[in-house]
Design a protein around this ligand. Structure first.
Ligand code: ZN
Length: 211
């Protein structure tokens, strides 16, 4: 990968090369180009193995309670940043690099993948608050898996929708009233459960609610 990146880098204009080389590298060593890519690449779509490097967006730091969300638009070929809560003048814009769960799992993932210790406002909570937050994180992961269980969606749609409601309350609590993209995913899941059972009225209401 190092050689491949070096070849691609040589094709860029000097300014673009400088922009790339000025990005942070969490993995200094013998493979500086790969280190910069590993530190700064954002996936082009959820779960994509293709990533993009951006002179500005790649500099956005992580928070487990982010105020923005990154999203790849395949039609325009652009990575977009959306505010998910009010961002005050001078406040740092943050996005989430992890997939949720309790703080020890999040912090381990962030350390392994990006080599930093998260000290965001959630990870820095007092011990008793952090334990409650971790409990919510575990419950969100459990409910997410229950809601995504295709067989259960077919056999027990009402139970799945009830889980969506419980999840909504937990998300509101954990993300201090602004669950952002988690909320959109949850509504989309509830929409899918409804449409699978041809409950078009509910599906329409869920679409309207999220818009
Ligand atoms: Zn954190």
């Amino acid at each position: 990968m190092e050689k491949q990146i070096a070849t691609e880098l040589r094709k860029l204009l000097k300014d673009a090369q400088r922009q790339f080389l000025s990005l942070h590298n969490n993995f200094p060593g013998k493979q500086p180009f790969s280190g910069i890519v590993r530190t700064n690449a954002l996936p082009c779509g959820s779960g994509s193995r293709i990533g993009g490097i951006y002179p500005t967006i790649s500099r956005i730091n992580h928070s487990c309670l982010p105020n923005a969300h990154n999203s790849w638009d395949s039609a325009s070929g652009h990575e977009n940043i959306y505010a998910v809560r009010f961002i005050g003048a001078g406040e740092e814009i943050t996005i989430s690099y992890d997939h949720g769960g309790p703080s020890d799992e999040r912090r381990r993932h962030l350390k392994d993948a990006f080599d930093f210790d998260c000290d965001c406002s959630i990870c820095s909570r007092q011990l008793d608050e952090l334990q409650q937050s971790d409990e919510r994180g575990r419950e969100i992961t459990r409910l997410d898996s229950e809601i995504g269980n295709a067989l259960r969606v077919l056999q027990s749609p009402k139970d799945c929708l009830k889980d969506c409601q419980v999840m909504l309350q937990i998300l509101e609590e954990e993300y201090e009233g602004s669950p952002g993209v988690h909320l959109v995913r949850l509504y989309y899941d509830a929409f899918q459960i409804s449409i699978v059972h041809d409950d078009q009225a509910r599906a329409r209401a869920l679409c309207r609610a999220v818009i």
